[in-house]
Structures are given as C-alpha cells and as structure tokens.
Design a protein around this ligand. Structure first.
Ligand SMILES: C[S@@+](CC[C@H](N)C(=O)[O-])C[C@H]1O[C@@H](n2cnc3c(N)ncnc32)[C@H](O)[C@@H]1O
Length: 301
C-alpha cells in the first residue's frame, strides 16, 4: 500500500533539508540517520545533488511552457539519489512529467522501484538496461528533455550522450566518471604523431596516461556535443576536497552545429592516434571536407 510521504518539522532537522522535502526519502537513501542527522558523507552527497539540481531545475522549468510535461532520464542511476531528489524537489508537486532511471544492476533497480512505490512517487520508472541499449528500449518515449549521468562508469557517459542525441534532448547534465577507453588506446598506439614531441611526456607514466585519457575524453565529448548543436559549459561539481571526479558538463541544445568543433574533434583524434573511435563514439560529427573527400576516394578504391 502506498504511504503518503511525510515531512517532519523543519526546526528539528539539519539546515540542508529543504522545506517540504520528504524525510522518509532522505532516511531511506541513508542521507539522514534514523534520528534525523546528517553525517559527513551524506552531507557531501547531498551537496553534490543540490549543486546539480541548481543546474537542472531551470532547464526543467523552461520545458512545460513548450506544451509538454518534462521528462528526464538518469543514466547509471545507481540507488537513484539524483532521480529521487529531483522528483521530490520538482516533479512531486506537478501533475505530470516523468523520471526514468537507467541502471544495469538489477538489485538497485528493484530497490528503487520498491522505494518509489512506498513513497507514492508514481511518475518514476526504473529500467534494468544499459545506457547503450536505452535509446532502443520501448519503455522510454521518443523524446527526452533532460539527460543526466552522474558518475556513470567508463563509457556509460558516451552512451548517455548518444542517447540524448537520439532522443533530441534539450539539455544534458553530465559528471563523467573514470574513463579507460582512451587511455587504453593511448597505451596501445602511443599517440604516434606526438610520440617524438615533448607532449609525449603528458602520458609517459601510467597514472598520467589514465588522467590525460580522461581529460582528452571529456574534451572530445564537449567538441562532439558542440558539433551536434549544443552549447557547452564545463565547471566544477563541487570543490576538489569532495571528489576527484568533479567535472560538470552542461550542454544545452541551440541547433547551431559547429563544423569547427567537428573539425577539431577529428584533428585531435588523428593527433592522438584515436581515429578508430570516431565511427563508434562520434558518428554524427562530420569529417572536415578534405578528409571526407579522401575517405570517399579510399572507399571507391
Ligand atoms: C558510480 S555509480 C553512480 C551512481 C549514481 N549516479 C550516483 O552518483 O550515486 C555508477 C552506476 O552506473 C551503473 N552503470 C555502469 N555502467 C552502466 C551502463 N553502461 N549502463 C547503465 N548503468 C551503468 C553501475 O551499476 C552503478 O550503479
């Protein structure tokens, strides 16, 4: 049976808890202890989620004016902290709109479904699928307004971007996690074009290979989004003291597809010996003219 979400008197709660917020939810997510306290770890988590919400809320508010209820898909949802808190703070008081959580771990999906049911959060759906399969899944609508991915592992952020492009998302809010794909390529190819330059020092040590791999991946992601018609901002999610994976990429659809971004993207892939990633990861970024012509000639034999 659904329970009516309740809120405790705010004066007994930590100041981080907002008026009207479901205390039951915060306890279920172990953000609040049973006696209504916040520990250091949950304070950090809540701070991250609020920081993200500050970017997401205005994006969601813009959408209903365009005649449709807002939809949001969260990739690599985990325990769905982000989805639940956004629902509680934004969707709960509305009549329509829906949040979809995409998560590969079945037990987390089941837990989230049960929690949403208990709280009466009726417009939340949890799908036990990978981010890569989400675009083709019939449980999701043809269009999604906002795509989020908070620390979705490895290439799941790339899959979330591909999903957002397919679903014509108006905005994507991404906090990438560790990334191994580009680092593995750097190790394998040794970025041939750059290997004799001092720049090769940037990835000589394994730790640096991993870091520059992540950095390069995020740069490529931003260029790809710009090439696909999004304006992109990159800031910090929270201070360095809270998390090492704190790059926040916010992309908003403008429709202006930047050819220069596509050209830079392909140039970077070429310089770093990453050309083999182009077709899978960046299929919608057009090759610059001479390169496209050379490819056509090559294909024609
Ligand atoms: C580090 S956790 C982050 C969870 C949540 N977003 C958060 O910040 O609390 C990453 C989650 O992504 C899920 N995941 C990893 N790869 C995925 C994929 N390709 N598609 C969907 N979920 C994925 C993992 O099972 C895990 O629950």
């Amino acid at each position: 049976m659904k329970k009516k979400p309740h809120s405790a008197p705010t004066e007994t709660l930590p100041p981080e808890v907002r008026p009207g917020q479901s205390i039951e939810l915060l306890k279920e997510l172990h953000i609040l202890t049973r006696d209504g306290k916040l520990n250091q770890d949950s304070r950090r988590k809540l701070k991250q989620v609020y920081h993200l919400f500050q970017f997401i809320e205005p994006l969601l508010r813009e959408l209903p004016q365009q005649g449709r209820a807002a939809t949001l898909a969260d990739h690599g949802a985990g325990k769905s902290y982000l989805g639940f808190i956004i629902y509680d703070l934004f969707f709960k008081s509305l009549e329509e709109g829906r949040i979809y959580g995409v998560e590969t771990r079945a037990e987390l999906v089941e837990r989230s479904k049960a929690l949403a049911e208990r709280l009466g959060f009726g417009r939340m759906s949890f799908l036990n699928i990978s981010a890569a399969d989400a675009a083709a899944d019939e449980a999701l609508p043809e269009r999604i307004d906002v795509v989020t991915a908070l620390h979705a592992c490895d290439t799941a952020t790339d899959d979330a971007i591909a999903f957002g492009l397919e679903k014509q998302a108006r905005a994507m809010v991404l906090v990438p996690c560790c990334q191994a794909e580009v680092a593995a390529q750097l190790r394998g190819q040794k970025a041939l074009a750059l290997s004799r330059t001092p720049l090769a020092e940037l990835w000589r040590h394994p730790l640096h290979t991993r870091e520059i791999g992540s950095q390069l991946t995020n740069v490529l992601r931003c260029l790809y989004l710009e090439a696909c018609g999004y304006s992109v901002s990159v800031t910090e999610l929270v201070g360095w003291e809270h998390s090492m994976k704190n790059e926040l990429i916010v992309a908003r659809y403008t429709g202006q597809k930047k050819r220069s971004a596509a050209a830079r993207l392909h140039a970077l892939l070429g310089q770093f010996g990453l050309g083999s990633l182009a077709a899978e990861r960046y299929p919608l970024a057009p090759l610059p003219e001479p390169a496209a012509a050379a490819e056509t000639e090559e294909a024609a034999g």
